[in-house]
Design a protein around this ligand. Structure first.
Ligand SMILES: NC(=O)c1ccc[n+]([C@@H]2O[C@H](COP(=O)([O-])OP(=O)(O)OC[C@H]3O[C@@H](n4cnc5c(N)ncnc54)[C@H](OP(=O)(O)O)[C@@H]3O)[C@@H](O)[C@H]2O)c1
Length: 458
């Protein structure tokens, strides 16, 4: 089909350009999912039609909305004939120009996105799991089809970090990303720190308030954060960081006294998701609780808020802080992507190129170092016999393992059991050495238990 007068190119199906008359320049949206995020997106499209047209120069029409259960009453109420349970009503409809996916999970969402892109439709997704598992391959497909694939909401919710890494910070060599990207865990840790609440009680409270799901495993074990770190790290370091390669450690071992002792030492405890360039060209990628100096901005991120710190050779240190989840904040991110597509859909040259991974194949992955090789300072809390000579025995084992003690405090002596809490911080040491030494420490007759080992992020 030719590009006649008043005709615009809005995407490509196979090798043929789909051409639509500029005179009826309405862009049709197929929305997949109408839950927390999809409901917000549908409402934004229905309520703000005129503002969207003014901001982008294009009218957007919500043509179809895919759900599982067509029988439920829906908010917002949709125009008759919009709701469907058949994905083909979106994927096989040539009049759907943009697919917005808010279903979540890899299957079937991943396949739907692949088909949408292959059919020449622009795609916006909020799906961290799909973007972590298939992001580079989907980006390559989008590039080939010359359509947009935007995924701002997949990591950091309302914080515009994905777009920053894809464009504004693209000139940098990124040294590290350090982030708080799971609001549920941050809420629980904030409650534990402020009120000396036990982990189980803080989790129950988060569930009551709707901040944690009935099965909280993905959040509290760091899996959700690993997906998001995989998305952000792959963009920052220009090659795939598979989420399975990211070391994850949950927060359930933390106890109220850890927060108390950490505060005495001048630290907060946060669950951090960190990806950093290693000197040998590999990557360190890990999600775990960490002691953060209390004057660092990350230590001040409380409740369900998220923050992402990026350090680059040109930009230095940047911190973005905001709401990492929730209907409105996530709708902001999804709608931002959608409005960007509407603004540029007429471009004769197609969408701007995506920052595809280095290394040829979209599947080429970074070499992610095992946690054993990490060099870090550590906080350790032990329950020991309250008697002379205990510290000397522990210090000897640590010294033999090349681990230098920075501080020691003895707390909470219990005359009943004759034990006390010993809190030791170390100078930077190798994780493998620290783990090995702690096994020997745990075998000492004067040590009742090794209660916690937490990495310190200076
Ligand atoms: N919630 C947040 O704050 C937030 C923040 C950032 C990113 N995200 C991401 O946004 C996505 C959606 O999250 P959400 O919280 O909005 O989820 P949600 O409330 O559970 O909604 C999911 C929607 O998808 C539909 N759906 C699920 N499986 C389907 C299938 N097989 N076929 C068709 N429709 C299906 C559901 O249909 P029914 O209504 O019929 O059940 C529901 O409308 C996820 O990728 C999530 O990670 C969420």
């Amino acid at each position: 089909m030719g590009m006649g007068n008043g005709a615009i190119r809005i995407g490509r199906q196979g090798q043929d350009w789909t051409v639509k008359s500029a005179l009826d320049g309405e862009i049709n949206i197929g929305l997949m999912g109408l839950g927390t995020v999809g409901g917000g997106v549908a409402a934004a499209l229905l309520d703000n039609a005129e503002a969207i047209r003014r901001k982008t120069g294009r009218a957007a029409r919500l043509r179809r909305v895919l759900v599982r259960d067509a029988g439920r009453t829906r908010q917002p109420a949709l125009p008759p004939g919009t709701l469907t349970v058949n994905p083909e009503d979106i994927l096989s409809d040539p009049q759907v120009h943009v697919v917005v996916e808010t279903i979540g999970g890899d299957a079937p969402a991943g396949e739907y996105l692949e088909r949408a892109l292959a059919a020449g439709k622009h795609v916006v997704t909020a799906n961290k799991e799909v973007m972590s598992r298939r992001g580079p391959a989907l980006m390559a497909l989008a590039q080939e089809r010359q359509v947009n694939l935007l995924f701002e909401a997949s990591a950091g919710g309302g914080i515009p970090i994905v777009g920053c890494l894809m464009s504004q910070l693209l000139a940098n060599d990124i040294h590290s990303i350090r982030s708080i990207i799971n609001g549920t865990t941050n809420y629980i840790l904030t409650r534990m720190a402020r009120s000396q609440t036990a982990f189980g009680d803080a989790l129950a409270e988060a569930q009551e308030r709707g901040y944690a799901e009935a099965d909280p495993t993905n959040d509290i074990e760091g899996i959700d954060a690993a997906y998001k770190l995989s998305v952000l790290g792959s963009l920052a370091f220009h090659r795939r960081i598979p989420h399975q390669a990211i070391f994850t450690e949950g927060i359930s071992r933390l106890a109220p006294e850890d927060f108390r002792y950490a505060a005495e030492l001048g630290y907060a405890i946060k669950s951090l998701a960190i990806a950093a360039a290693a000197p040998d060209g590999g990557i360190q990628a890990r999600v775990h609780p960490a002691l953060v100096p209390e004057d660092h901005l990350l230590a001040k991120v409380d409740g369900v808020y998220n923050a992402v710190e990026v350090t680059g050779n040109l930009c230095g240190q940047i911190i973005l802080h905001g709401q990492g989840a929730g209907r409105d904040a996530t709708t902001s991110a999804v709608m931002g992507d959608l409005l960007n597509i509407l603004r540029t859909i007429d471009n004769a040259d197609g969408p701007p190129p995506l920052p595809l991974p280095d290394g040829g194949s979209p599947d080429a992955a970074h070499q992610v170092h095992p946690i054993d090789q990490l060099s870090s300072a550590y906080y350790m809390r032990l329950t020991c016999a309250d008697q002379a000579g205990v510290l000397a025995q522990i210090a000897r084992i640590l010294g033999d393992g090349n681990i230098s003690i920075a501080t020691v405090i003895q707390k909470d002596t219990d005359p009943g059991s004759g034990t006390a809490q010993l809190v030791i911080t170390t100078y930077p040491a190798r994780e493998m050495d620290v783990q090995t030494a702690l096994q020997s420490v745990a075998r000492l007759g004067v040590v009742a238990s090794v209660n916690n080992l937490i990495r310190i992020e200076e």
